[in-house]
Design a protein around this ligand. Structure first.
Ligand SMILES: [Zn+2]
Length: 308
């Protein structure tokens, strides 16, 4: 693996900052997850057009454009300068026909055939090889995300004789799914993010990890709300409903109700899909009634007339 020295990287970073990132466009900050990465938050989306596409003059540094949804100026769409990168990481894509990329694709294809034939252990081995190759060749490609999702399904469907193993399978599945989500967050494929965040949120919900479920569902809803009004659909109702359901399960009833009301205000309360939200509102109201009853029982002295 050939890597530039930290000083090379720092010099390129300074050059990048000087040339392209004017204070009125955005801010440059170190990526807290990876000391070799820079995050650039862009506050003026229209100014992004003035930043040229990364070019080969950045030898040894791969520039990765990871746009978030341009939701006005508030969402701070950004991109990353990533480096120092292994030389092998440059120029590969899902369409690349170099021998390494073709080999990775062959392992992917074999894994697919094997898992269709329910030969899951063999499928897993092929997929593991493919993933190891793709992580070096094209870590932000759609094939990379797809491979992680396939691994997620294999983990989820793995045999489990005990409850503990079943739970471990779900944890494994969620961990693979997180990796796919991370690819889409970084390569800017918001199309894939939405529905998959909801799926992942449901997986955490089933595992009883309500906080994480809420976090993933909130991110899904954020993306959904960033869409233009014309493209909101049944999926959008679904996003609201999952968030409301998480708040409800966590006993955060005010936020649950506010989410339902938000949905009604944005999408209407009289559509076929609104019914699911009405049902959630009924559940919220029921939970509230129980809270009130509990409070009543706390306040009435034990020797008074029963309030049952
Ligand atoms: Zn290649």
């Amino acid at each position: 693996m050939s890597q530039g020295t930290p000083n090379d990287f720092q010099a390129k970073v300074e050059e990048f900052r000087r040339l392209y990132v004017k204070p009125e466009i955005g801010i440059v900050s170190a990526d807290p997850m990876d000391g070799n990465k820079l995050s650039v938050s862009v506050s003026d989306w229209s100014a992004m057009g003035k930043i040229p596409q990364p070019s080969s003059e950045y030898r040894g540094i791969t520039l990765v454009w990871g746009f978030h949804v341009p939701d006005g100026v508030a969402l701070a769409p950004g991109f990353q300068v990533q480096g120092p990168a292994p030389a092998a990481r440059r120029n590969h894509s899902d369409e690349c026909t170099c021998s390494n990329c073709m080999k990775a694709n062959q392992h992917l294809a074999k894994a697919k055939t094997l898992s269709q034939a329910n030969k899951n252990a063999q499928a897993r081995r092929q997929l593991t090889t493919a993933i190891n190759m793709l992580e070096k060749l094209r870590p932000l490609g759609e094939n990379m995300a797809g491979a992680y999702v396939s691994m997620c399904f294999l983990a989820f469907g793995a045999s489990a004789r005990t409850k503990a193993k079943r739970r471990q399978n779900m944890l494994d599945a969620a961990a693979w799914y997180e990796k796919a989500i991370k690819v889409w967050e970084q390569n800017g494929n918001t199309e894939s993010l939405g529905g998959n965040l909801t799926n992942l949120g449901s997986l955490y919900f089933r595992m009883g990890d309500l906080e994480t479920s809420l976090a993933r569902n909130l991110r899904g809803l954020e993306l959904e709300k960033a869409k233009s009004k014309e493209t909101l659909d049944d999926e959008s109702f679904n996003s609201f409903n999952h968030v409301a359901g998480c708040y409800l399960a966590l006993g955060r009833l005010d936020e649950a109700e506010a989410t339902v009301r938000d949905c009604f205000a944005l999408l209407g309360d009289n559509k076929p899909s609104s019914g699911y939200l009405w049902n959630t509102l009924a559940e919220i109201t029921k939970a509230r009634a129980e809270q009130y009853r509990k409070r009543a029982e706390e306040l009435v002295p034990p020797n008074s007339c029963s309030i049952g």
